[in-house]
Write a protein that binds this ligand. Structure first.
Ligand SMILES: Cc1cc2nc3c(=O)[nH]c(=O)nc-3n(C[C@H](O)[C@H](O)[C@H](O)COP(=O)(O)OP(=O)(O)OC[C@H]3O[C@@H](n4cnc5c(N)ncnc54)[C@H](O)[C@@H]3O)c2cc1C
Ligand code: FES
Length: 238
C-alpha cells in the first residue's frame, strides 16, 4: 500500500500520480496498481515506474485512462491509499556509453526513469531522447533535465527522426508499430536495441502464464522475464 500525494491530469486522458510508501524499484519495472477493496476490476493493472525520488520517498506513475481500472485511478485523490504490488519485471539494462531513447505515446513514461538512471551513472555520456505523440506533448521538460537533446514528433514516427548508426545503445517503448519500425531499422544497421513489451497481465508475477511471448529461446513471461528484452530475442513478437 502507498499513499497518494498527487494525482493530476497533465494532458488529454493522461494522468500523473505520485505516491509515497511504495517499495523502491528501478527503470523499466512496474507495479500492479489497484484501488483497495475494488471488486471490478478485481485484478491490479500494470503501470510502469515513470520516476523515482528515493530521498523524498516518491514514486511517480504516468497513465492513460483507457478502461475501468485506469478510470478508477484518475478519480483518486491525495491522502487515499492505493495497492502497489511490486516492483515487478526485470527493468532496463544500464549499458555503458551513449544512449538513444525512443518513446511513443504512453510508452514515454518508463523512459523518464531510464534517462534519469543513465545520467546518474555517467554525467558525461550523451543521451538523445525521441518522443512521439499523436497530438499533445507531455513530460518533455522532465526529460530535458537529464537528456542532451529531446526531439518531439507529433503524428509521425520517431524512428524517422533518430539516427540508428551511432555508437550507442538504443532503448524503445511504445505501440507495436513503433517497436516494429525500430526493430527493422536497428536490424538493418546492427544496432543494439532493447524493447519494453506490453501484454495483458493477470498475476504480474510469472504464475498464470497469461502474458507469454515468443522468444528465440522459447516462450517467456513478459511480467517476469521481461518486460524488457533484447530486440533480437523477441523479433517474432514484433
Ligand atoms: C509492463 C507494462 C507496463 C505498463 N505501463 C503503463 C504505464 O506506465 N502507463 C499506462 O497508462 N499504461 C501502462 N500499461 C498498460 C496498462 O496496464 C493498461 O492500459 C491497463 O491495464 C488498462 O486497464 P483498464 O482497466 O483501464 O482497461 P481495461 O478495461 O482492462 O481495458 C480497456 C481497453 O484497453 C485494452 N488493454 C488493456 N490492457 C492492455 C494492454 N496491456 N495492452 C494493450 N491493450 C490493453 C483492452 O483490450 C481494452 O480495449 C502497461 C502495461 C504493461 C504490460
Ligand atoms: S501475468 Fe501472470 S505470468 Fe505474467
Amino acid at each position: 500500500m502507498a499513499v497518494i500525494t498527487s494525482n493530476q491530469n497533465i494532458a488529454d486522458g493522461i494522468w500523473r500520480m505520485t505516491v509515497s510508501g511504495a517499495p523502491i524499484g528501478r527503470a523499466g519495472q512496474f507495479f500492479m496498481l489497484r484501488v483497495p477493496g475494488a471488486l471490478d476490476p478485481l485484478l491490479g493493472r500494470p503501470i510502469s515506474i515513470c520516476e523515482i525520488d528515493p530521498v523524498k520517498d516518491k514514486t511517480t506513475f504516468v497513465y492513460q485512462t483507457v478502461g475501468r481500472g485506469t478510470a478508477q485511478f484518475s478519480a483518486m485523490i491525495p491522502g487515499q491509499t492505493i495497492d502497489t504490488q511490486g516492483p515487478y519485471g526485470n527493468g532496463f539494462p544500464l549499458i555503458e556509453g551513449n544512449a538513444v531513447i525512443l518513446g511513443g505515446g504512453i510508452g514515454t513514461a518508463p523512459m523518464l526513469q531510464l534517462t534519469k538512471e543513465l545520467r546518474a551513472i555517467d554525467p558525461n555520456r550523451r543521451i538523445d531522447v525521441f518522443l512521439g505523440f499523436r497530438e499533445e506533448t507531455y513530460l518533455k521538460s522532465a526529460f530535458e533535465q537529464y537528456a542532451d537533446s529531446v526531439t518531439i514528433n507529433i503524428g509521425g514516427f520517431v524512428t524517422n527522426d533518430a539516427d540508428f548508426s551511432l555508437d550507442a545503445t538504443y532503448y524503445a517503448c511504445g505501440p507495436a508499430p513503433m517497436l516494429r519500425a525500430a526493430a527493422n531499422v536497428a536490424d538493418a544497421v546492427n544496432a543494439k536495441l532493447y524493447v519494453s513489451l506490453e501484454k495483458h497481465m493477470a498475476c504480474g508475477v510469472g504464475a498464470c502464464l497469461g502474458c507469454t511471448c515468443q522468444t528465440k529461446s522459447g516462450r517467456k513471461r513478459v511480467c517476469k522475464d521481461g518486460p524488457v528484452f533484447d530486440c533480437r530475442e523477441v523479433r517474432d513478437e514484433l
